[in-house]
Write a protein that binds this ligand. Sequence first.
Ligand code: FMN
Length: 360
Amino acid sequence: MIEHKLFEPYKLGDLLLKNRMAMAPLTRCRAKDNIPNSLMAEYYAQRANAGLLIAEGTSPSPNGLGYTNIPGSYSEAQMQGWAQVCKAVKENQGHIFLQMMHTGRVGHTDNLPEGGELIAPSAVANPNMISTYNLGRVPYPVPRALTTEEVKTTIDEFTFSAEKSIEAGFDGIEIHCAHGYLPNQFLNPETNLREDNYGGSIQKRCRFVLEVMEEMIAKIGKNKTAIRISPFSYFEKNMHPSEIKETYKYLLTAFNKLEPVYVHLSFMGENEDAIYDLWKDIRKWYSGTIIVCGSYTTEKAILAIDNNIADMVAFGRDYIHNPDLEYRLQNNIPLNEGDKSTYYGLGPEGYTDYPFAEKV
Ligand SMILES: Cc1cc2nc3c(=O)[nH]c(=O)nc-3n(C[C@H](O)[C@H](O)[C@H](O)COP(=O)(O)O)c2cc1C
């Protein structure tokens, strides 16, 4: 059995977590009609061994449900669905944050519910293809640029949804400002061509996410507000490296004043060495809890904590295949093999049917 801080309790804001492992947010497309259900409750409860579960990307608005069968968190039915998930996790002594994900331009009109509209900071289409309910795999449409007034309404949608989510039983909210979704679309000059107060300079491009955070903190408190960023993973044209550093320095310095309970750093790519300089800088700019994520093994997670790169480590794909990941890692038990073909799609297959290890 491995003995290390990774497997020992950690105080996150007001919460005492069982360990320093987080389950990364993972879109699994099991929410038929965008409503969380009992299958999802079972899935999260199975994984409550993680110190912190971060529930999958969930939209605060009909406009942000750009993928098929992803959950929302604004209607009564959705909040009742989430309440049963939170209850199941609590019954297993777990803690759970919700990841608030507005897809913005990363979506298709065919996937949006009635009343939803494909919106973005600017009318710049994603150059890739997207799966839809009725049309197969098709090019992304051009989104409509939000008016300044609508930017404010969108911020209100985030805070309204955050309040509802806390009422449903979540321990906190992680704002998804990574991987090219709406808040990230505001940061990047490739997708933000605005000429009002929400575009142009670094300060103006960061304004949307900082206002979302500020207003969320005002409503639910800083110990319940967190954020995920991915400076190197935009999924298409990213910022110039020098601009990445300047932008994130500005952002993290602002976070340090607002004091969200954690900042979650995501990296999905190949050149891992490139990230460490920025991760070390971020440690200097922001003094709260840092979670890192991206291809971590037990050894790498221990090193990240021992080298003071991070306080906690999140695991993504390994939690898909191993409901009892914490037990397996601590006891050096081989991991189940995963099946990518069941990552997305309705039903329990490849979702709640991965085996637990025999207790040693
Ligand atoms: C099936 C799948 C769904 C994902 N969904 C999300 C998501 O909803 N929000 C998010 O921030 N990242 C998402 N990610 C990224 C993961 O959170 C994580 O950053 C990534 O898998 C790298 O960590 P890993 O190497 O431990 O798997 C997803 C990844 C996968 C494989």
